[in-house]
Design a protein around this ligand. Structure first.
Ligand code: DAH
Length: 347
């Protein structure tokens, strides 16, 4: 019997490592330890062995059983790993350049963002980015937007629960809440607190508002923000830069106009309209495109710049609105649906 057991184990040792699939495994398992398996049959022969031989034989059988179990477990684990490896496919090296240069195209919002940044770089601006999760200080307080301002209402802004923690974003006060930034103007404050004037930055990025989606509104959209701080900066400089940007982006015939408005962080403040004869969406009327103004002295004082020495302008505008004008798109939702029929038009 001992010899039969050894032979059985030897056979299993050869057979199990060769099993390829779960079905093979189940069949082999049945052949050895199933109700009619070779090992099961051997065990049943215990009863026919002389009484005094039984303890020794029992020990042998237990050892053989344990060894068989190890063989089974090893085989099953190996087959499981092979299955996962087959699902994952060949290993990918993410650092290699993409072989796929053909079908992809830049998203229209990327095109507009890149073009705006290129134009502004030529005018001496540096591209900077800020966090999308912000604190009330950067989004509102430092921008001279008081607690009772409607923009701060929970109806308009996505706030995080009071107990939310973002380790990398320091709060000014414990009561202050985290929020999703409602505009890129927060980057003005971050930039000014980080460095000394003169400053010339452009900052594109995502912003969030509690809007319900319709053809022209989305709870998540994109803005581009500019800030210029230097000595003797005037509204003329602001108007000149905007005229330059839109002429470069949309064509020489593009005109801009300012309408007085209110923003807490600029004084005076304006809304900017543009008109471009050659653009189908804009040829009849003036279209509002963004907000701007001269940096409010209170904002300078808040970041430690002497308002008697430094002056500056700032503006912000929505990238979707711009792209819709440029390409004649009439529904903002097209930008986010990833419909190839839409995206391929920008190849
Ligand atoms: N933050 C404003 C908005 O989201 C736009 C804006 C207005 C930006 C005036 C500015 C500015 O930098 O000076 O509607």
């Amino acid at each position: 019997m001992q010899a039969t057991l050894s032979a059985l184990l030897a056979k299993a040792t050869v057979e199990f490592p060769r099993l390829k699939s779960r079905a093979d495994f189940e069949a082999a398992k049945a052949r050895y330890v199933g109700p009619h398996g070779e090992f099961t049959v051997l065990m049943k022969q215990m009863g026919t062995v002389a009484k005094e031989q039984r303890p020794a034989l029992g020990r042998l059988i237990n050892e053989a059983k344990a060894q068989l179990q190890v063989q089974l477990d090893t085989a099953l684990a190996r087959i499981g790993e092979a299955e996962i490896a087959a699902q994952l496919g060949p290993a990918i090296d993410p650092t290699l350049p993409s072989p796929d240069t053909g079908p992809g195209t830049a998203h229209p919002l990327t095109l507009v963002r890149e073009e705006m940044c290129r134009i502004l770089r030529k005018a001496g601006f540096t591209v900077v980015e800020g966090p999308e999760v912000e604190t009330e200080y950067y989004c509102f307080d430092a921008l001279n937007t008081p607690a009772e301002h409607p923009a701060r209402d929970a109806q308009d802004t996505f706030y995080f629960p009071g107990k939310a923690r973002f380790g990398n974003l320091t709060k000014k006060t414990p009561e202050e809440k985290y929020l999703l930034r409602t505009h890129t103007s927060s980057v003005q404050i971050r930039t000014m607190l980080k460095g000394e004037p003169p400053i010339r930055i452009v900052s594109p990025g995502r912003v969030y508002r509690r809007d319900t989606s319709d053809a022209t509104h989305s709870a998540n959209f994109h803005q581009i923000e500019c800030l210029y701080v230097d000595k003797n900066v005037t509204v003329r400089d602001l108007k000149a830069l905007l005229d330059y940007i839109f002429a470069a982006l949309l064509g020489k015939d593009t005109m801009t106009r300012f309408r007085p408005h209110y923003f807490g962080y600029t004084e005076p403040s304006f809304e900017v309209d543009l008109s471009a004869q050659h653009l189908p969406k804009v040829n009849k009327d003036w279209i509002e495109i963004g907000g701007c103004g001269m940096v409010d002295p209170a904002v300078f004082a808040g970041v430690g710049y002497d308002p008697d020495v430094w002056s500056g302008y700032a503006f912000g505008m929505g990238l979707e609105r711009l792209a819709m004008l440029m390409y004649g798109i009439d529904d903002i939702r097209y930008f986010y649906q990833n419909d190839l029929r839409f995206l391929k038009q920008f190849a």
